[in-house]
Design a protein around this ligand. Structure first.
Ligand code: SF4
Length: 335
């Protein structure tokens, strides 16, 4: 078993709004191992991005507040670190890339300067040393003519190239964890594939662990070793990629899988299916399973009591009552 680098235990994050407390992340638990890629998957509003940002304390506090649980990074509890200590971790130990590089890159500074800033701050390099490392990094992310492009501004790069610059910035200080929040959503399909391939390649070279946040299970198929599925602020299923793709034990995951385009399966009228209904209101989450209103297998217990995470096999678990040993056989057979 690989060394565990991050443990998130029963994390609870809420947003205090005028309408009341939005319970965005509810008892989220997962581990991340050294050198692995873990995907956190779910619809918009399921809590995946709030969870990821909480690891770096990037949710604005207030209105966000960590109400409970712990985030253990390299055996150290970083849940309530002071902002100054968090700044030492951000960028150098844990870094993040976002969906739209244009909002994360500074349009008034050359990309070279933006990369060297982190090196000078975290690694105390001189300007000349930092420039050398930054140009090497631009080459590593396959930006052609790295020496001259180093002096250019973000608007002079295409969308895919800007995302490569973001990856260079995020990896230049050799972070132990890279969090990628929907890194390819704004890109077209071919560029998406190139960026994912690049991340995989760099992961092997730099030996970093990756947390990939996405709403698209198709994106994670080739890159993630393990997958955490979130719904209504909760983890509803987790397991190795093959568990999730071939042996899933949760109706919500089945819905997500049916919405992934597959060339090997002929679907009705060539259409992808979507999950009917809407996610629960996290201002007043239901006492039972958050998926009950949209689930065709819902039983009486589902609306009354939250299903625990049933262990299916080793790292595979699913929070769904149909996995209870005494669940009606009929439901199991239909599944
Ligand atoms: Fe459906 Fe019940 Fe399972 Fe929730 S616990 S996914 S409602 S069967």
């Amino acid at each position: 078993m690989r060394e565990r680098i991050l443990a998130v235990n029963k994390l609870q994050v809420s947003f205090n709004t005028y309408a009341g407390e939005v319970q965005a992340v509810r008892d989220v638990t997962f581990d991340l191992y050294k050198g692995e890629t873990l995907a956190i998957v779910g619809e918009s509003g399921c809590g995946k991005s709030v969870t990821a940002k909480s690891l770096m304390r990037l949710n604005p506090e207030p209105p966000a507040v960590i109400k409970g649980g712990e985030i253990i990074f390299e055996n150290r509890d970083i849940t309530n670190l002071k902002e100054k200590e968090m700044q030492r971790i951000r960028g150098s130990q844990i870094s993040m890339i976002f969906q739209d590089p244009m909002t994360s890159l500074n349009p008034t500074m050359t990309v070279g300067r933006q990369i060297t800033e982190g090196l000078k701050k975290h690694q105390k390099l001189t300007e000349v040393e930092a420039q050398k490392v930054a140009i090497q990094m631009l080459k590593l992310v396959q930006i052609p003519n790295a020496e001259s492009r180093f002096k250019e501004y973000p608007h002079q790069f295409s969308g895919g190239m800007r995302q490569r610059v973001m990856i260079a910035m995020a990896l230049v200080c050799n972070p132990k964890i890279l969090i990628a929040d929907e890194p390819t959503t704004a890109l077209d399909v071919t560029i998406q594939a190139q960026i994912l391939e690049l991340m995989k390649e760099l992961q092997n070279k730099i030996d970093t662990s990756i947390i990939l946040i996405t709403h698209d299970l198709g994106v994670v198929a080739h890159i993630a070793e393990r997958i955490v599925v979130m719904y209504g602020g909760k983890v509803v299923e987790k397991g190795r990629s093959e568990d999730i793709f071939y042996r899933s034990k949760h109706p919500y995951t089945w819905g997500l899988l049916k919405s992934v385009p597959r060339l090997d399966i002929k679907r009705n009228a060539g259409r992808l299916s979507s999950i009917e209904g809407t996610p629960p209101d996290l201002l007043a989450p239901p006492p039972g399973c958050p998926f009950a209103d949209r689930c065709q297998y819902a039983m009486k217990i589902c609306r009354i009591e939250m299903p625990p995470m049933f262990e299916i096999y080793q790292l595979h678990g699913a929070a769904c009552w149909i996995n209870h040993p005494q669940a009606p056989t009929k439901v199991k057979e239909e599944v």
